[in-house]
Design a protein around this ligand. Sequence first.
Ligand SMILES: [Zn+2]
Ligand SMILES: [Zn+2]
Length: 136
Amino acid sequence: MPTESISGSCLCGEVRFEVDPPFEGFRYCHCSRCRKASGSAHAANVFVAASQFRWLAGEPLVKRFDLPGAQRFAVCFCTQCGTRMPHKVKSTDNMLVPAGVFDGDLGVRPQNSIFWKSRAAWYASPHDMPRSDEYA
Ligand SMILES: [Zn+2]
Ligand SMILES: [Zn+2]
């Protein structure tokens, strides 16, 4: 686990933040909400105590959507480029940070996959298919 702050940013670069390790958790979530919100096979979510999280720039550009009827599910995103951004998890002291928006390595690896039974019908392990370093 690194001891230095780790930075993250959106695609357009207007929103920037940093977190201090250690993290509370790191997992893939295959639930249908995370698949919709990420537009992908699963979310890769890092959880960190809110006291270890700081916005560095662009916070006014971040919009929050709380899913009606959901206990905690929310997404935040940069209104300029649409990139998912961290958000405070309701009724907890944690921030959820989408792992893909960090700028460097985290020094830790995901611990588990949750909502595995909800995974997309088309989901296939990347290890079961040919892999290319760039476009195939
Ligand atoms: Zn942006
Ligand atoms: Zn989920």
